[in-house]
Design a protein. Sequence first.
Length: 516
Amino acid sequence: MLHTALIAPIHELLQRHATERGNKVAYADANTSVTYAKLAWRTGNLAGHLADLGIAPGQCVAMLLPNSVAWVEVCFAIARAGAIAVPISYDASEPEIAYRLADADCRLIVTTDEKAALVEKLNAVAASPATIVLADRGPRAPGEHRLTDLLVRPPRSVPRDCQGLDDHAYIIYTSGTTGRAKGVILTTRGMLWVVAACWAPACGLCETDNVLSPLPLFHSYALNLSVLGILATGASEHILERFSTADVLAHLRTGRFTVMPGVPTMFHYLLQRAKEEAVTGPAAPGVRVFLSAGAIMPASLNRSFEEHFGVPLLDGYGITETSTMVTMNWPTGGRVLGSCGFPVPGLAVRIVDPATDKDMALGTEGELIVRGPSVMPGYHNKPAETDAALREGWYRTGDLARSDANGFLTITGRLKELIIRGGQNIAPAEIEEAVSKHPAVLDCAVIGLPHATLGEVPALFVVPRPGMSLDTEALLGHCRALLSAYKVPASVHVASEIPRTGSGKIMRFKLKEQVN
């Protein structure tokens, strides 16, 4: 069940594949590709240069880069230097970037010419200015460090290759859907445990796979599957700079790819576009499995996608604090659409009363808590938040779930997102599932709004399908047919899009800002 050989230090995995499949393309993007042999050589050079530039073991190096082969090379080189990688969304705002750089005390920043002026501006007011390495291929000015040069020029220092499996390896900042982001500390063992216990056995990820990845690499889901999962298994991958429905469908139709990970929103738009194009022949020849995580997958979407594409779409549930996957649906043995599958081997899960910590009866909703080798050591520089989240080794997810008699887990909502209407609890996800079944609805989200007498009432934000009119009264009638009266939205707001994080989670606070 557990593919233990996949759990090894980064430099050992690189050397293993450089020896066994050195000429095989490991990662590619629209502009370049790198073989396993070149990957081991180039990351070794860069790791040595990081030491030459003064990066000590355990110090933090920020990655402010778009999805690319270079992103992967920098990530692995940081590990080989014994340092800690701090991925930052390339689309992050100036305050978000400044916060992460300062909170992690990043001593070096790898970024692009496009972001250079912003990083230099932040560096000018930093308590301890960081060294800047620019990733573009432009000419190197005096005193300037260029990534393209550092990857191929022999360094003075050799790569340390000293990072242990349980050393702090990554600081991943949470999506911040409920407040200021927290830096989640993750280890190589924890991340590769998920590969060895989930992606390889449950999804069959192996050296013969060619993966198409549109996921944002800075996110833990992509870092785990699209970066570390590829390296651990010896697979190949084409990295898209960003998700584009037309681009993804064009790549899938080439027949070159066997696996594609995504988030529910991506599969929603792929299905919509594929139906509109009505192209003859299979929509994804060669693909054996689609993988989804990051947000709740509506059963209706899962079913419709599989019917149209003729390929399994396996849904799972993961969170950054557990190195991503907690549960996963398997391709064999039957599934319950709408559930997120079984717990990943090696993880213990419980569903408890959040007030008493007592285990809930089978089929009863409670808070999901998790314990196991992939659980984070804690939050960076936040001992109080760490103590609140980790109790006796159990991570409090804050997510509501229930289990059926066969062990299938279903995520029903989030404690902090619960809408309490006149003393009755409402999970936004339940309303969203019902609304998504309406033929005129492309996307939707539900938030709680204050009410003078009821405390809170649900408000619905909905994106209509292109070319279709949306009758709000008919939509509410649809809701009344599927939901208890107290769950029917008190108001409907038509929107052009639903704001989401890179992992597909709804940013409900942004919707609340629109009505406040």
